[in-house]
Design a protein around this ligand. Sequence first.
Ligand code: G3I
Length: 431
Amino acid sequence: MILSGLLVSAVGVAAQATPPSPPTAQGLHSLFVAAGKLYWGTAIETNNFNDSAYLAIANNRNEFGMYVPENSQKWEEIQPALTDFEFTNPDAVLARARANGQMFRCHTLTWHSQLPAFVANGTWTRDTLAAVIVAHITNVMTHYRGLCYAWDVVNEALNDNGTFRNSVFFRTLGTDFIPLSFAAASRADPSARLYYNDFNLETSPRKAAAAVRIVQLVQAANIPIHGLGFQAHFRVGQTPNRTSLIATQNLFTTLGLEVAFSELDIAHLSLPPNSTSIQRQSDDYVTVVSACLAVPKCVGITLWQFTDKYSWIPSTFPGLGDACLYTSNFTKKPAYSAVSSFLQSVVATAAPAQGTGRFANGTGSKTVTPMVVAAPATATGVMTLPADIAGELAPFVTSPPVRTSAGAVVIVGKGKGVLVGVVVMVGALLL
Ligand code: G3I
């Protein structure tokens, strides 16, 4: 069954008079997309949903174009027992993202931490643990098939010195648990971008080199791996500089991967921070944003919560904190204003969105060749397009495509041009 939906209802078609004025008062997501990226997102969790001040910001797609569940998709929470799968909380995060027209990024499958007792304390052979890993990944990813832009398939498999972490997975299966996890993931959802995600890759060359070997291990087995997630849990004044961040990203883009900063926060080393530290935090945030903009294959940035009120840092590192862009009472910090002004200047000085590929030079109407994308035949709401198509569309649209209950696919254009084309939705065929 092939579903075809006429692509476009481009809103706000306008003749191109003068170069667009920089978007003002636009949120970080809209500015980041206007600068050519796919998303600016945040970690969020259902225990934040009873906080109306929090939701007033989190629901704003201009600020956040993507959600990732902070804890509810982790093994301990989503499969607390062998035959018990708990999807209520992550489904609620997904439902809120779709209601807001936001993308959904999924975290995480094979990770040594937050494991249920039956896994962490089980007595395993290679075969029995391999079967349990594959069953976990297959069940969880099938539930979210076609709905996650990306999955952190394997998370934090390395120590900072580049050796493998002594996890139940490594003890039982050696490094084989890594290609095994990616193979199961690619079978379970061919449309999801499959990531290796870790911290301190940006600050430890030995760890980054070991992560390169992990990517090569999976690629050598002819198993899909699409992205590298830099968690970017930095400290004020110890954040790597722009050149170093670009070089570290390119260790992986040269292997054909896209990259993302997947859990960004920049913590003050002492509290309350003084004016110098506050200024340095602003500079550090802009450095990360600038380093992502400088790497075409850097697709997006996710904040590991946007407000100090719900940051994981104080309970884990007492004495450190104030790492987020909003204070605990939801006031934008100087670091927020610094990032926003920086992005506004980037967008203002950028040439009219040339973008790349089929939609370039979006002035007036342009005929594009048909594209084939994977999409659940029945799902409505925000669709996850393959990164290459989403990346090409980004300069010209304000949000990801949305499938209406009538089956039409709506993409809201930026009025720079009219997209004339047909997106052929191959639902049943690809799933
Ligand atoms: O769910 C229990 C709840 O039942 C209990 O009452 C409560 C009191 O102890 O604890 C709750 O569990 C907490 C869980 O978050 C859910 O809120 C755990 O104690 C707490 O340790 C856990 O912290 C999370 C941490 O991962 C666990 O490793 C943080 O919120 C979360 O931000 C953090 O995120 C990780 C990424 O997944 C991977 N990269 C590093 C990052 C920071 O550690």
